[in-house]
Design a binder for this molecule. Structure first.
Ligand SMILES: NC(=O)c1ccc[n+]([C@@H]2O[C@H](COP(=O)([O-])OP(=O)(O)OC[C@H]3O[C@@H](n4cnc5c(N)ncnc54)[C@H](OP(=O)(O)O)[C@@H]3O)[C@@H](O)[C@H]2O)c1
Length: 345
């Protein structure tokens, strides 16, 4: 039995990790850290976990994670980079859910996150944690930079189409909508029920921090520098991201050709599902699951592909991907603890 620890266990991604790992079967839950709830049992902080996981929350410190085979770091960006290097130096394998090690160029991080990167030398050792694209790198890594939620929903669908040169890389528009849990558990005026309920708004227009992460990975797939228009929206639902993506088809490309490229890339992947022709996914069908579902059509009138992807931001967009990465790091079956379907239809 392997042992895991979670640093920053009292946020939404920490909760989701514990929910998934409680029934994983191959790992036991070790240290769980919190600064705010030190000394409380995790079941007191999350009543849903009472009688499922019982563990006292500890203040983070050097000795806390002792004995862990994998440490999940669920801290906010900027905070994670203060913690991860110490964990690596202690010999732990780390899956970091923050953005601090996702961008390969520290100057890009510094520009978009408006802060100095305090350990840029650690970035090159991090594997970017989309298993469907970087499985071999993840297997060999000590540090996995778990991908962002919006980037996952966009990159997975677009990478095979760019690799096969089926779409014009300069034409990509990503119009994405997220539930409120995407912003984490912290109290914030804009995230209060009365501010969000019955509303629907765009935010981070032409400036959202996931933009460079999406562009980085699409550039790798295209083999040239890619720039995208990315607009996220906040929807009054708890979980889920639906991304509607537009991209101009290359001359002569057909919908069947795009379906073939996606089928070739993901036909054997356990968590990527391509909807049948004419079918488009609903976020409800992936709620609580590690699936990423894709629907697409080629609008013959405009020559543009319209691609719709859905994920649960807390599962395939965060903690489910983190468990998938942990399974890879530990040499376990990649689907272990993740093979359940969504909550809804
Ligand atoms: N929510 C999502 O859908 C999602 C998706 C992908 C990636 N992520 C990323 O995953 C990370 C965690 O996200 P989350 O949604 O779980 O956030 P969250 O709900 O706000 O939780 C953050 C956790 O970090 C701890 N924490 C906050 N500030 C801290 C500090 N200064 N020092 C030490 N601990 C601190 C908090 O615990 P205590 O106050 O108890 O110490 C809490 O356990 C973030 O980097 C986020 O960007 C989130």
């Amino acid at each position: 039995m392997y042992r895991i620890a979670v640093v920053g266990a009292t946020g939404y991604t920490g909760f989701e990790l514990l929910r998934l790992l409680a029934s994983h079967g191959g790992v036991e839950i070790g240290a769980l850290t919190s600064e705010t709830y030190t000394g409380k049992d995790v079941g007191e902080v999350f009543p849903a976990l009472s009688k499922v996981v019982s563990r006292r929350l500890e203040k983070f410190g050097r000795a806390v994670c002792e004995g862990a085979d994998v440490v999940f770091c669920c801290l906010p960006h900027r905070t994670a980079m203060n913690t991860v290097p110490g964990l690596l130096d202690q010999g732990f394998r780390v899956v970091d859910l923050s953005a601090d090690f996702r961008l390969r160029d520290a100057s890009v991080y510094e520009k978009w996150y408006e802060t100095e990167h305090i350990c840029p030398e650690r970035i090159s050792g991090a594997a970017y944690g989309i298993p469907e694209l970087y499985r071999n790198e993840i297997r060999a890594a000590r540090l996995v930079a778990n991908p962002g939620c919006y980037p996952t929903g966009a990159i997975v669908a677009l990478a095979p189409l760019l690799r096969s040169n089926l779409i014009d890389p300069a034409s990509i528009i990503i119009d994405a909508k997220s539930g409120v849990s995407g912003a984490g558990r912290k109290a914030e005026l804009a995230l209060q029920f009365s501010e969000v309920n019955e509303g629907f708004k765009a935010y981070g227009i032409a400036s959202h921090r996931h933009t460079p992460e999406i562009e980085q990975e699409l550039s790798v797939a295209a083999g040239i520098e890619v720039r995208v228009s990315f607009t996220p929206h906040l929807v009054p639902m708890t979980r889920g991201i639906l991304s509607t993506i537009y991209a101009r088809a290359r001359e002569g490309v057909t919908e069947a050709g795009a379906r073939e490229a996606l089928g070739k890339a993901y036909g054997e992947e356990p968590f990527i599902r391509l909807m049948p022709e004419g079918g488009f996914p609903n976020v409800s069908q992936v709620a609580g699951s590690n699936f990423l579902d894709i629907g697409l059509t080629l609008d013959g009138r405009t020559g543009r592909f319209v691609i719709v992807t859905v994920i649960d931001n807390l599962v395939k967009g965060a903690s489910g991907a983190a468990v998938q990465n942990m399974n890879i790091l530990l040499g376990l079956e990649e689907t272990q603890g993740l093979s359940h379907p969504g909550f809804w239809v």
